[in-house]
Design a protein. Structure first.
Lengths: 211, 294
């Protein structure tokens, strides 16, 4: 599995410069939103609605919360479209960053409320995608998957519970019966590894440090 | 700020804080600790961790992509129309939003002046395009599509000043459907002697707060934030009405309200003190004024 992940990621990375070049010639949806293109505002929903909704369902306590969160996220996306810089990452990662900020804020502020609706099917279906699907999603997702495949199982599990299911580090510790310090170490090692790989790729592609 | 320079990597404790910030958020105490330790290197790590977390989330989301439900899509499309209408009418909410500090890089206060200057420039340009009328109702702003038909003065020696907030408030108050909600001070120490009201028009979704006696704030440390309780939405999450500052020496302050989402059934307003840039959901630790519709 690790070899498959690596091969897929490497083949995707090999064509990345061409993809970036083609992106540069055609303005992205966000770039068009930022330039005042009203059609692009609607296209944004078509293109990223499923992604934002998927993230919102995973990181919201109820479906109703996810609906409100999705509306807030899109408003943020449209308003902040001019901040998107394709030299620093894909549009999908930018969208996911905005979405996660909102969702984490909402989760944190509702921390004293009843736990997430565990009957929601989506919470039971969270797992890593296969490398091919991740590569279609974004280069960064494929790269993240490659790194995840190299992590120890407990590190991968901590990242899954924290980033895909929205559990806090304390909740992860309780769920897995791990000391909190171990959870923090796993989270730290995993994110540092993904960070290093993403930075390395960005520098290799652009020929300069990603600042 | 810490002694850590831009080139120094954060230590393990700071990295743990940065990771917690992007994975589950920080408590106010942890946020303050991070602000104290803040450095250029930490900001860069924070951005990188956020990107890494987003990439991992994308990889996870790709496993079981969900279709956007039709009713949610319909709501988004209505919201898109409202967003576009607001942009056409020169709504400055977008400018306000751009001016708000990025949640994960809050401490960069030097840019605030630039954003304020940009907002002033936009206002001046807007007024210039509208021509010389002194005071016009806010709702009579022409949509952007009609702007090219307006001939600007050949030499705009003295561009017309945009209406002041007081003038805009008065204009809104004169519009059909506008209501006034009295604000009452709470027992919060910051609320002593505060009086005020809100003018709100449910049709245009515009509103203005007016205060007397509200204490000045240091925007680097905290800002006032407006909340709108909407009876048509989940009561646990009042709508964000925007953040604002009270400059030192102000007697009366008039502040436009920038609702994040359309207000369906107005129930109440609340003003809180929050961290710079505001928060998504208030912990209501410092509520300085509230006002409910009758």
């Amino acid at each position: 599995v690790q070899n498959d992940c690596r091969n897929t990621a490497e083949s995707v990375l090999a064509i990345l410069p061409n993809k970036i070049a083609s992106q540069s010639m055609t303005p992205s949806v966000l770039q068009r939103v930022a330039s005042g293109d009203s059609i692009a505002v609607r296209e944004c929903i078509e293109q990223y609605g499923a992604l934002v909704w998927s993230l919102a369902r995973r990181l919201s306590r109820t479906a109703a919360d996810a609906e409100d969160a999705t509306q807030e996220i899109f408003l943020q996306i449209w308003r902040n479209a001019s901040r998107f810089d394709e030299s620093k990452g894909s549009e999908k990662v930018f969208i996911a960053m905005i979405a996660r900020r909102r969702l984490i804020d909402r989760l944190r502020k509702s921390a004293n409320e009843p736990p997430m609706d565990s009957s929601d099917e989506v919470l039971d279906s969270v797992e890593w995608s296969d490398p091919g699907t991740a590569a279609q999603t974004s280069i960064e997702a494929a790269e993240a998957l490659r790194v995840l495949a190299e992590l120890r199982p407990e590190e991968r599990q901590v990242l899954e519970l924290g980033l895909l299911r929205g559990l806090t580090q304390s909740e992860i510790a309780e769920r897995l019966g791990m000391p909190l310090g171990t959870v923090k170490s796993c989270m730290r090692r995993g994110l540092i590894r993904v960070r290093e790989c993403m930075k390395g790729d960005a520098e290799r592609i652009s020929g300069r440090p990603d600042v | 700020m810490s002694e850590t320079g831009p080139g120094n990597a954060p230590d393990e404790a700071m990295i743990d804080l940065l990771i917690k910030q992007v994975t589950e958020g920080l408590s106010p105490e942890e946020q303050r600790a991070l602000d104290v330790l803040d450095s250029a290197a930490a900001s860069e790590y924070s951005r990188d961790f956020e990107r890494a977390a987003a990439a991992i989330a994308l990889a996870g989301a790709a496993s079981h992509p969900e279709s956007l439900p039709a009713d949610v899509k319909a709501r988004l499309e209505r919201q898109a129309e409202e967003f576009l209408a607001g942009r056409r009418s020169g709504d400055l909410a977008a400018v306000r939003d751009a001016a708000a500090p990025t949640p994960l890089a809050r401490v960069k206060t030097g840019v605030v002046g630039w954003y304020a200057a940009a907002a002033c420039l936009l206002l001046a340009l807007f007024a210039w395009l509208r021509g010389p009328p002194a005071v016009a109702p806010v709702a009579q702003v022409p949509p952007a599509s009609t702007v090219p038909a307006v001939s600007p003065p050949a030499i705009p020696a003295t561009p017309a000043l945009p209406p002041t907030p007081a003038e805009q408030r008065a204009a809104l108050l004169s519009q059909p459907g506008s209501i006034t909600v009295q604000l009452a001070a709470t027992k919060d120490p910051a609320a002593v002697g505060v009086t005020g009201d809100v003018v709100w028009n449910p049709m245009t979704q515009q509103g203005f707060l007016r205060f007397v006696g509200l204490k000045s704030n240091d925007p680097r440390l905290q800002q006032y934030q407006t909340w709108i309780v909407d009876g048509g939405r989940d009561k646990r999450y009042p709508l964000d009405g925007g953040v604002f500052d009270v400059p030192a020496g102000s007697s009366e302050v008039i502040v436009p309200i920038h609702a994040e989402l359309p207000v369906r059934v107005l129930k109440a307003f609340a003003i809180t003190i929050e961290q710079p840039g505001g928060v998504v959901v208030s912990a209501l630790h410092h509520v300085v004024a509230t006002g409910a519709t009758s």
